[in-house]
Design a protein around this ligand. Structure first.
Ligand SMILES: [Zn+2]
Ligand SMILES: [Zn+2]
Length: 335
């Protein structure tokens, strides 16, 4: 668990024994088998997205099995395999919730930030916020689908990508390497251009293996204008770069909860004129998880994963921060 805002390099997560959580009313108790390691944990630890209380158990890409049910929980049964994602609860009554944009609900709570998350052996969640995991996936391979995959799917949906178009991906980590597989499946005549940091050879090799049509460095001019782009990076510069390479009328979607450096000043004529758009992706709705998980099984998407033990969580986060994680990091907590 995390006791306070800290630096990731200080390896701030502590392994502690806690009482077993008890599921109330419509909640379920989940015995966790795997939990993905996400960039948002870096933002939480370093205070860009601080947890709402301390200590907090981080982690929001949870795969496990239902171990017990609250008195009013009816939809699942003991032993069912479920996933828990970033969205942990919503008010269910505001205009956003009523329109299926519950990801924007002002009183929503987020797993591993407002409610204890998956860097643990057990957790509880309302049954409506637990999603069935298709049989095609192992626990470890399913974990990164629950954040990197679900939010990547949302970003791709919001980007306006269509068959025959050119999609630019800035950054090629956990989310982008899933998005490229979805894009290649849904848009067989579309092309995907990938931009990474120049030294990220492993990311570039993976992009090539997954069918990238062109690979370059952030800062390069793309061989053709991008009809749409998704920026997955934790820094500001790629937003301007994506806008510079963008086709008229195109859209850049920013898939990041916070940026570690500011988006640099934009030149209106070069970066925004001709109806270019910038849009951020905030959180995920249940619908994104419900649509994406079966699609991922159908494609099928096989996330590249690097496994760690629960007690190695600090090391995994340092690797992630340094951009040295290959694919998605996953804590393997139980069989
Ligand atoms: Zn995440
Ligand atoms: Zn709401």
């Amino acid at each position: 668990m995390l006791d306070n805002i800290s630096s990731v390099e200080d390896r701030p997560l502590r392994l502690v024994d806690l009482p077993m959580p008890v599921p109330e009313r419509d909640q379920i108790l989940v015995r966790i088998s795997a939990c993905g390691v996400c960039h948002t944990e870096l933002d939480e630890i370093e205070g860009r997205v601080p947890p709402s209380q301390f200590p907090m158990i981080l982690g929001h890409e949870i795969v496990g099995r239902v171990d017990a049910l609250g008195s009013a929980a009816k939809k699942l049964k003991r032993g069912d395999r479920v996933g828990i994602a970033w969205i942990n609860w919503t008010c269910g009554r505001c205009s956003f919730c009523l329109e299926g944009e519950e990801n924007l609900c002002e009183t929503a709570g987020w797993t591993g930030k407002d409610a204890p998350g998956g860097y643990a052996e057990y957790t509880v969640v309302q049954e409506d916020f637990a999603f069935p995991i298709p049989d095609e996936f192992t626990d470890v391979k399913a974990a990164p689908l629950l954040c990197a995959g679900v939010i990547g799917y949302r970003a791709l949906r919001l980007s306006g990508m269509a068959d025959g178009k050119v999609l630019g991906l800035y950054g090629f980590g956990a989310s982008a390497h899933i998005v490229i597989q979805v894009a290649k499946h849904k848009y067989p005549n579309g092309r995907v251009f990938v931009f990474t940091r120049p030294h990220q050879k492993e990311h570039q090799d993976l992009a090539r293996k997954l069918g990238a049509d062109w690979i370059g460095a952030t800062g390069d001019t793309s061989p053709e204008k991008l009809d749409c782009a998704i920026d997955f990076t934790p820094v500001g510069e790629p937003v301007r770069e994506a806008l510079r390479n963008l086709q008229r009328g195109g859209r850049v979607v920013i898939n990041a909860i916070r940026k570690m450096t500011p988006v640099p000043e934009l030149d209106y004529a070069e970066h925004l004129w001709h109806e270019k758009e910038v849009k951020s992706v905030a959180n995920v709705a249940r619908r994104d998880a419900q649509e994406f998980l079966p699609l991922a099984a159908e494609i099928p998407i096989v996330p590249e994963t690097q496994e760690f033990k629960l007690e190695e969580a600090n090391e995994a986060l340092v690797l992630l921060k340094e951009g040295r994680m290959r694919g998605a990091g996953v804590l393997k907590i139980a069989e």
